[in-house]
Design a protein around this ligand. Structure first.
Ligand code: SAH
Ligand code: AVI
Length: 326
């Protein structure tokens, strides 16, 4: 499993070298967004969640505030597994409700950001002494290794609209892996950002304080530190724009001038002035596109919960051969 840590192991470096070599040799240079998240990147993301322009986190939090209680009372899970848990801040609403429902035994946060995950788990162990807290460092794009002894029923949560950071094929693969890991009584809880006025979306990814720009540039810091690359961070500029046809934000790092970057193990990577690296996509959905994605992974949407302005959705899904409803 590849993890992002301030001290990478050999397997992590090898996987990173492979991803970087392949991503930067494409006509549109690309880097996988998971490489944003060393400790600093995870902290910057947490800052983003508190920005006035970044409506996603507070809208999802408000939905979880209303719905964690009723959902956990209906589902009575023994285990909560969370993909891309990060600081698990909003997750506390689900954990509180799971404990209140009297059914909760175990929380399994999964994340690629190894050190940040360990810190979050240490806090949670203090806050929830009656729950087992068993973090898993891993890449959620790979098949989920949850083990046969996962208490049943389990809820697998994927919050924050991180699903949007996968292209449609990648999202389908991830959802299929979730469906494969689910038993008949388990449920999938997904948080997803919905399509809306592109100006609102673009503002969320171009904040006034420049935190998103710092977060974006952090991927170059990670490559400099972990691979010994020599990206000059001042030579690249943050750009984020909404693609109205593909319904997604694209984040890029644009090179102002012609330049050549040395990456040991990869070689020399040339940039023309104005050329960019696409560092992230963030897809936005509607009910139809989400139920289609779930169906293509043998999952059935049971609940569709949105805020008043239909800005964000929480979805509960079951395996399509499961009985009952949330
Ligand atoms: N769920 C939290 C955090 C979202 S940020 C929230 O809703 O606020 C996205 C999180 O997913 C980060 O913690 C990042 O480290 C993690 N992540 C991103 N890509 C990942 C991957 N491929 N595998 C595992 N974790 C990943
Ligand atoms: C984690 N992910 C859902 C965030 C998003 O909105 O796509 C990451 C992010 N990128 C820029 N701002 C926040």
């Amino acid at each position: 499993m590849t993890s992002i840590a301030d001290r990478p192991d050999a397997a992590t470096r090898t996987a990173m070298l492979r991803d970087v070599a392949s991503g930067l040799s494409r006509p549109q240079k690309e880097l996988p967004p998971k490489y944003f998240y060393d400790r600093r990147g995870s902290e910057l993301f947490d800052e983003i969640t508190r920005l006035p322009e970044y409506y996603l986190t507070r809208t999802e939090r408000a939905l979880l505030d209303c719905w964690s209680g009723p959902l956990m009372a209906a589902l009575t899970p023994a285990a909560l597994v969370e993909l891309g848990a990060g600081s698990a801040d909003k997750t506390r609403l689900l954990l509180d409700a799971m404990v209140y429902a009297g059914s909760g035994e175990l929380y399994v946060p999964i994340d690629v950001s190894a050190e940040f995950l360990e810190d979050a788990a240490a806090h949670l162990r203090e806050e929830y002494p009656t729950l087992g807290i068993e973090p898993l460092v891993g890449d959620i794009a790979e098949p989920l290794a949850l083990g046969d002894d996962l208490p049943a029923p389990a809820v697998i949560a994927f919050l924050g609209s991180t699903i949007g950071n996968f292209d449609p094929a990648g999202a389908r693969r991830l959802l299929r892996n979730v469906a494969r890991a689910m038993r008949a009584g388990d449920r999938f809880l997904l948080g997803a950002d919905l399509r809306k006025d592109p100006r609102v979306i673009e503002a969320a990814y171009n904040d006034q304080q420049g935190i998103t720009a710092e977060f974006n540039l952090n991927v170059l810091r990670v490559l400099n530190r972990e691979l010994g690359a020599n990206f000059d961070l001042d030579a690249f500029e943050h750009r984020a724009f909404y693609d109205r046809t593909l319904h997604r934000i694209e984040m890029h790092l644009v090179s102002a001038d012609d330049l050549r970057v040395q990456i040991p193990g990869v070689g020399t990577v040339p940039f023309a002035g104005g050329e960019s690296i696409r560092t992230e996509i963030s897809c936005k959905y509607d009910r139809e596109s989400l139920s289609g994605a779930l169906e293509s992974a043998s999952l059935r949407m049971e609940r569709w919960i949105t805020d008043e302005t239909e800005s964000y959705a929480l979805i509960v899904a079951a395996r399509d051969d499961a009985e009952g409803a949330a």
